[in-house]
Design a protein around this ligand. Sequence first.
Ligand code: CA
Length: 226
Amino acid sequence: MKVLLVEDEEGLIITLTDRLESEGFTVRSATDGEAGLRAALAEAFDLIILDVMLPRKNGYDVCRDLRRQSVETPILMLTARGETIDKVLGLKLGADDYLTKPFEIIELLARIEALLRRAPKTSAHSPETFAFGDVALDFKRAEVTKNGAPVELSAMEFKLLQFLVENRGAVHTRNQLLDEVWGYDAMPSTRTVDVHIAWLRQKLEDNPKYPQFIQTVHGLGYKFIN
Ligand code: CA
């Protein structure tokens, strides 16, 4: 497994490279955004760890440029503490997960494992667009329209919808959805899933009380059908 580490803090590069190599990864590093982008375009990686605050080109721009050029490698972004809005922006621009500095290496390894486990499923046959009823989805741009009018979705609503659509027909328990969509450090309860499902229905279904697409399977969870 090959990892590209784009990070400008020397100490962190050394620590992470040592640890990842001891876990069996091959690690390349780049110390600014432009070099990181060049490396990611020149060579195939299994995972990119991308710091946000970088010299020459910031992590968001690198992430956006990679996705525009159809590089689908999972991206784990490293953000500074408390950059809540920026995390949402990162996910919208195509990052798969983020981790707030400072972090424990064990936490980073858990995220990496989750991303690599998840990667083939979403990158191998995920469509770029999808339509159901009056709704059109553009996964690359993270845009949703209903009857041609833009629908505002939060990053988590979008991720949940994308997961349901990509795995349509299958029933997912609330706990599975928490794991798959919210990820490893998911603090929220299964109630959070219900709330996001309700919001999605409110925004996308013609009659949210009698949803046609995002369906409840009583006693089990949810499924998407079209
Ligand atoms: Ca930095």
